[in-house]
Ligand binder design. Structure first.
Ligand code: NDP
Length: 334
């Protein structure tokens, strides 16, 4: 059986280009005792992959050249020599950018291959009920800890993480302001997801817009973007505000804009906490149970951008890094 894979073959210099990737065909090896063969039906594309492509010290291992790109996947067990998994089981794992994967069931992102129920769509286990959902849950509940009536700002608000943050914060009684790129995304964030307001950062001065929609200032920030947008928020912080630094995507291709308003951290006695969701594996079961329940009951909405076929992954990934996606970016492999 042939397995199509996408390998990283060149490290990007700044903006990612399609020639960083190569489509490779490999044989699926015979299954050994204890192993499981999975057909990946969905591949998750995530901003963290850009960081892995650089050969620099970070919180995780560098993506090796001429190897399958790292990534979360969801699929179905095709064959099993492991008593914990049966043919036909649906599973979420981390087989990377390829159509099939083999594992003994342990050790993917430090977590075992996860059996998932068919009560919600399989693709959701890569988004709202997967790593991005838990990221939102952790940053909001463990760092921002919003109180009813406080103002919380969420950047990249229409995306996989941001859309969940805002809805959870609304459920806790916060006044929630999203920041997103473009009128269509903002209309979705406010109209569909129920944020109180959404600022289109491409349409004008974010600081001015923030002063209008958050006249009492900002108490909590879920920061996904960094750069000029983060700087504008820093200037509007209230005393003892909390900032969960989740991502800094505006600088991932190497053009990070330096912050001017760092003084706000001191004068407002802010808590600024960076975090990486995989450091908090013990919280995942609680978070996933809560998120799964909210999705099943229709209380937590989500949206997906779906690219078709493994070969479309490089272009879709390049698009994700500049906002072409609208909601969780996925690749449908079959
Ligand atoms: P999204 O679905 O939000 O997609 C990325 C979005 O980022 C784009 O749609 C775009 O939205 C926005 N964006 C891209 N470039 C810029 C820019 N230059 N300025 C402003 N916005 C930009 O991705 P995720 O929800 O998966 O990830 C969101 C953030 O969370 C990322 O920074 C990611 O690295 C981080 N993250 C961190 C984790 C952790 O453990 N700390 C775990 C998971 C994600 P728009 O069109 O609105 O600009």
């Amino acid at each position: 059986m042939k397995n199509r894979q996408i390998h990283l073959v060149k490290r990007p210099q700044g903006v990612v280009t399609t020639d960083c990737f190569a489509l490779v065909e490999a044989e699926v090896p015979p299954l050994q005792d204890g192993q499981v063969l999975v057909q990946n039906l969905w591949l998750s594309l995530d901003p963290y992959m850009r960081g892995r492509m650089d050969d620099v010290k970070s919180y995780s291992a560098v993506q090796p050249l001429n190897a399958v790109m790292v990534g979360g996947t969801a699929g179905v067990v095709l064959d099993s020599k492991n008593p914990k998994y049966a043919i036909g089981d649906t599973v979420a794992g981390a087989f990377g950018w390829q159509e099939f994967g083999i594992t003994d069931g342990t050790g993917q992102y430090g977590a075992p291959l996860r059996k998932v129920s068919d009560k919600i769509p399989l693709s959701a286990y890569l988004g709202v009920v997967g790593m991005p959902g838990v990221t939102a849950w952790h940053g909001l509940n463990k760092i921002i800890e919003p109180k009813a009536g406080e103002t919380v700002v969420v950047t990249a608000a229409s995306g996989a993480v941001g859309s969940v943050v805002g809805q959870l914060a609304k459920a806790k009684g916060a006044h929630v302001i999203g920041i997103a790129g473009g009128a269509t995304k903002c209309a979705y964030v406010q109209g569909e997801l129920g944020f109180d307001a959404c600022i289109d950062y491409k349409a004008g001065d974010v600081g001015k817009a923030l002063a209008e929609v958050a006249p009492k200032g900002v108490d909590g920030v879920f920061e996904n973007v960094g750069g000029a947008i983060f700087d504008a928020i820093l200037a509007r912080m209230n005393a003892f505000g909390r900032i969960a630094v989740c991502g800094l995507i505006s600088g991932y291709n190497g053009q990070a804009v330096p912050l001017q308003n760092v003084r706000s951290i001191l004068t407002n006695r802010l808590k600024v906490q960076g975090f990486i969701v995989s450091d908090h594996l013990s919280e995942w079961p609680e978070a996933l149970t809560e998120l799964g329940g909210l999705v099943a009951s229709g209380k937590l909405k989500y949206r997906e951008s779906i690219a078709q076929g493994l070969e479309s992954a490089p272009q879709a990934f390049i698009g994700l890094l500049k906002g072409d996606n609208f909601g969780k970016q996925l690749v449908k492999l079959v």
